[in-house]
Design a protein around this ligand. Structure first.
Ligand SMILES: [Fe+2]
Ligand SMILES: [Fe+2]
Length: 270
């Protein structure tokens, strides 16, 4: 049996030096392996912090990337960094690379994911601004159009495209899975409104466009409807909750607090 610890939104960049490795040692007391569903650190600190955590944890670390993991960098650079990092550390596994891992009878896979502006208040007059848009290189141009010119369409199109890309990636990776065996699927942004837990409640209409990845939810349910069982793990909104999307599809959203990372659940996989 493998004890798989589920963590999310660890935001290791908020910890003092040395604390990330110490936290890794503590997680080791609960899990043989772990899965982290994004917002691990920021783009510029991610390789060092993941390495520190793994040095303390010592076991296999599976992860997807969240929005914060792209900050102070770019999508392209962070993905390049992750490929190099995982090539040099055999215990670090970026699930966004499309591989399916077998842990006992369970298949583990995932996609990074992104919020796709398809749920809640989705008018072209945006009432919420996300720091992602001035922290991540690829967003800077569309963010300037939105903030200075009030022209939000290119930004909305980019969010929709990121969501759709994650849905396509999910379809591809799930096609590699055996439907007669359970699957654990990791992603950052909740794929349903009902899984978008924030401050103990479902996110409100104002934030739902940025706290859900609706395109991904469609693909996950489509795959799960005739599968043995799919469990989706996610984070992003920092509050815990569960949602039974289908009789064969359960979604677990993990809680988080800046500066105080935790283990949400431990799955015993045999
Ligand atoms: Fe977060
Ligand atoms: Fe996030």
């Amino acid at each position: 049996m493998t004890r798989l610890a589920f963590l999310t939104d660890t935001h290791f960049d908020c910890l003092d030096p040395g604390k990330t490795q110490k936290f890794g040692r503590w997680v080791k007391s609960m899990g043989d392996a772990c899965v982290i569903t994004g917002d691990i650190a920021t783009g510029d600190t991610l390789p060092a912090r993941l390495t520190e955590f793994q040095n303390g944890f010592e076991g296999e670390v599976y992860f997807v990337l969240g929005n914060h993991d792209r900050w102070k960098s770019s999508f392209a650079q962070v993905e390049k960094d992750m490929r190099i990092l995982c090539a040099y550390n055999a215990n670090l596994h970026w699930l966004g690379d499309g591989k399916v891992y077998q842990i006992g009878h369970t298949q583990l896979c995932g996609v990074d994911g992104w919020y796709d502006y398809q749920c809640g208040d989705i008018t072209e007059r945006m009432r919420v601004g996300m720091n992602d848009w001035h922290e991540i290189e690829e967003f800077k141009k569309v963010n300037a159009l939105a903030t200075m010119g009030g022209y939000t369409k290119p930004l909305i199109d980019m969010l929709r495209e990121l969501g759709q890309d994650s849905a396509i990636q999910a379809r591809e990776v799930l096609a590699k899975c055996d439907k007669t065996k359970p699957v654990l699927f990791a992603t950052h942004v909740p794929p349903f409104k009902e899984a978008s837990w924030h401050e103990g409640k479902i996110s409100n209409d104002q934030y739902l466009p940025f706290y859900t990845n609706i395109a991904l939810g469609y693909v996950l349910n489509e795959w799960a409807k005739d599968a043995q069982y799919l469990t989706t793990l996610c984070g992003h909104c920092h509050s815990a909750g569960t949602y039974q999307a289908l009789p064969t599809h359960h979604v677990v959203t993990g809680a988080a607090e800046y500066g105080n990372p935790r283990v949400n659940t431990v799955f015993n996989l045999s």
